[in-house]
Design a protein around this ligand. Structure first.
Ligand code: IMP
Length: 179
C-alpha cells in the first residue's frame, strides 16, 4: 500500500485545526490558572500540534520532548511501543501535560502514562491528543483533552506521517486506499 499526495482528501483544514487549538488552549488556561506546566511533546508526530498549542498557553511553561515508536513503516501499529528517547527531568510535584498527535490503540499513551506514574509523583498528569481514533482502542485510555474524534482512517499531515512523509502538510488528510 502506498499513499500518494495527489490522492489525499482533506479531513480537517488548517483553519479547523487552529480553531480547535484555540479552544483547547482556552480550556487549559482556565484549568491551570497560573500554575507552572511541563508540556511533554511526543515526537515526532505531535511536533506541529505541540508547538502551536503552547503558543496560546499563558501559564509559566517548560517544554520537554520525548520520542516513542510503535509503527514500523506503513499504516498498521506493531502493537509494541518502545522508547527511542525518554529522558525527562524530575517531574515530582509538577503539572505534566502530555501532548500527542493521535490516540489509536492507546498502547503508546498507556506506556507513557505507566512510565510517568512509575517514576514520578506528579502534582497532576493530563493527556492531550489532537486526534482520538476510538475504534481501534485496545486499552482503557481516554485523553483528558482531545481535538477531534476520527473513525477508522489512516490520516496524515500536520505532524502525522506515512512512512515519514506528509508531516509538513498544514491540514490533516487521508487516502481512501489506506486501510
Ligand atoms: P497507538 O499506540 O496505537 O495509540 O498509536 C499512537 C501512535 O501511532 C501515534 O502517536 C502515531 O504516531 C501513530 N498513528 C496512529 N494512527 C495513525 C494514523 O492514522 N496516521 C499516522 N500515524 C498514526
Amino acid at each position: 500500500m502506498e499513499i500518494k499526495g495527489e490522492e489525499l482528501k482533506v479531513l480537517f483544514t488548517e483553519e479547523q485545526i487552529q480553531n480547535k487549538i484555540s479552544e483547547l488552549a482556552e480550556e487549559m488556561n482556565e484549568f491551570y490558572k497560573n500554575e507552572e506546566v511541563i508540556a511533554v511533546c511526543v515526537l515526532k508526530g505531535a511536533v506541529m500540534f505541540a508547538v502551536d498549542l503552547v503558543k496560546s498557553l499563558k501559564m509559566p511553561l517548560k517544554m520537554e520532548f520525548i520520542r516513542l515508536s510503535s509503527y514500523g513503516s506503513g499504516t498498521v501499529s506493531t502493537g509494541k511501543v518502545h522508547a527511542v528517547d525518554i529522558s525527562l527531568p524530575d517531574l515530582n510535584g509538577k503539572n505534566v501535560l502530555i501532548i500527542e498527535d493521535i490516540v489509536d490503540t492507546g498502547l503508546t499513551a498507556k506506556f507513557l502514562l505507566d512510565f510517568i506514574n512509575n517514576n514520578f509523583k506528579t502534582k497532576s498528569t493530563k493527556f492531550c491528543s489532537l486526534l482520538d481514533k476510538k475504534v481501534s482502542r485496545v486499552t482503557d485510555i481516554e485523553p483528558d483533552y482531545y481535538g477531534f474524534h476520527i473513525d477508522d482512517k489512516f490520516v496524515v499531515g500536520y505532524g502525522l506521517d506515512y512512512d515519514g512523509y506528509f508531516r509538513n502538510l498544514r491540514y490533516i488528510g487521508y487516502s481512501d486506499k489506506a486501510i
